[in-house]
Ligand binder design. Structure first.
Ligand SMILES: [Zn+2]
Length: 157
């Protein structure tokens, strides 16, 4: 797929995501449309509820091949700044489907923060600790990203 076709797909994904009240995407580098930062709400009915989490998604190989993700601050579920392979996320059924939307990927990332089983992939904290999760939940709500400039204290209000 050429760059122009990819850009068209990503523009649609960005547009779709802008209607979602649980997540918001940013471009940390205006010269690179394939790297997005995304802020998303923590899963409901979990110690992550109320938290706002900030990740980087690398869409260089999207949509043909899996994306990589990394959380950009401590959160108690994923290691800070470690590359996560989306294929390992159980919501995806263990294999990559080229039609998977960026929204679905981010929703899965959120839901799986609170799934204790199968935490063996690179970048996962195997033994999660609820006190840590709750502490990071509070700090996530005022997180400011030094790269894209997002300020969580004014988000989703
Ligand atoms: Zn950012």
């Amino acid at each position: 797929m050429d760059k122009q076709a990819k850009m068209k797909i990503l523009a649609k994904q960005f547009g779709d995501m802008s209607k979602n009240k649980d997540m918001k995407a940013f471009f940390p580098d205006k010269a690179n449309p394939f790297i997005w930062h995304v802020s998303y709400k923590g899963p409901q009915d979990s110690p992550f509820q109320g938290g706002i989490y900030h990740c980087e998604i690398n869409l260089t190989n999207y949509p043909e091949r899996p994306v990589t993700l990394k959380l950009l601050h401590d959160n108690g579920s994923y290691q800070n700044n470690a590359s996560l392979c989306i294929v390992g996320l159980t919501e995806m059924g263990g294999s990559w489907t080229p039609g998977t939307s960026v929204e679905t990927i981010i929703s899965s990332l959120s839901i799986l923060m609170n799934v204790p089983e199968g935490r063996h992939g690179v970048g996962y904290i195997v033994q999660t600790n609820e006190a840590d999760i709750k502490r990071h939940n509070i700090t996530s709500q005022t997180f400011k990203c030094s790269v894209c400039g997002v300020d969580h204290s004014t988000m989703f209000k």
